[in-house]
Design a protein around this ligand. Structure first.
Ligand code: PGA
Length: 256
């Protein structure tokens, strides 16, 4: 794992944006895995400003709430179009977001997995982390080998996300999420985490044991995983000074 600690969320987002820009330059038909929530907002703003060519890019989002219409203000479908897709030259048919209204959820999930395979797999997967350590909506106790499927949100996640719904009671209980096994197959994982509320989950994921109780800890098993943090999210890392030194002294031939 590479742990990159930046002074602010903006600086961390700019670092991640450079990774995407380089990938799209090197592979204009790249397949990106995308995330929602507060964390990726500054990355998406940065990407919009970069005016990259998205015309051949394919995307797969991590998750969606079950039962929300695509135009619901808190749906991830709406989030993605408002914050990124409507501002770049992506082709609509290349965008994939789990269908929260699917009648046959297991069938939909199988097809989603198949679409990822047919696209050639995900080159670069963006991840956030929940305060409970979830990635996608793989809550603690999720199988570390899980595939795209329905999951039930923890109370903690529903409370964390109540701000998008105007109250906790309106937050759906169920979601469709890529599985941890699905996420692990991406060629590169980039986890962003900002703010003090994420510090404990980040420290457990990076420096604790690999455990289904902190699904993000599975990143320890991925050969190319980058964890990009602001200072507050890095506050509980015991080896933060070492990670800073490594990053500041990377050989010049190594990429960001
Ligand atoms: P947040 O969510 O970016 O809104 O904090 C992250 C997550 O739940 O994965």
């Amino acid at each position: 794992m590479e742990i990159i600690i930046q002074p602010t969320a903006e600086a961390a987002s700019a670092t991640a944006a450079l990774m995407v820009a380089r990938l799209l330059r090197e592979k204009p038909d790249a397949v990106l895995g995308l995330a929602t929530g507060s964390t990726p907002l500054s990355l998406y703003r940065e990407l919009v400003q970069m005016k990259l060519d998205w015309s051949r890019v394919t995307t797969f989002n991590l998750d969606e709430y079950v039962g929300l219409t695509p135009d619901h203000p808190a749906s991830f479908q709406r989030f993605m179009w408002e914050n990124l897709f409507s501002r770049i030259n992506i082709v609509k048919s290349n965008v994939h977001i789990p269908d929260g209204q699917a009648k046959d959820i297991p069938g939909f999930c199988l097809r989603y997995e198949q679409q990822i395979r047919v696209a050639g797999g995900i080159d670069w997967q963006l991840l956030g982390i929940g305060t409970d350590g979830h990635i996608g909506f793989n809550e603690p106790s999720s199988s570390l080998a899980s595939r795209t499927r329905i999951k039930t949100l923890t109370q903690q996640t529903r409370a964390d996300n109540a701000r998008f719904f105007g109250g906790e009671t309106a937050v759906p209980h169920h979601v469709i999420t890529m599985g941890i096994g699905t996420i692990l197959e991406a060629r590169q994982l980039v986890l962003l985490a900002f703010g003090p509320d994420k510090a404990r989950a980040v420290a457990e994921a990076v420096e604790g044991p690999i455990t289904a109780m902190n699904p993000a800890s599975i990143l320890q098993l991925h050969p190319v995983a980058k964890i990009v943090l602001d200072e507050p999210a890095a506050a509980h890392l015991r080896k933060a000074d070492y990670y800073r030194w490594v990053y500041d002294n990377k050989p010049h031939w190594q990429k960001v």
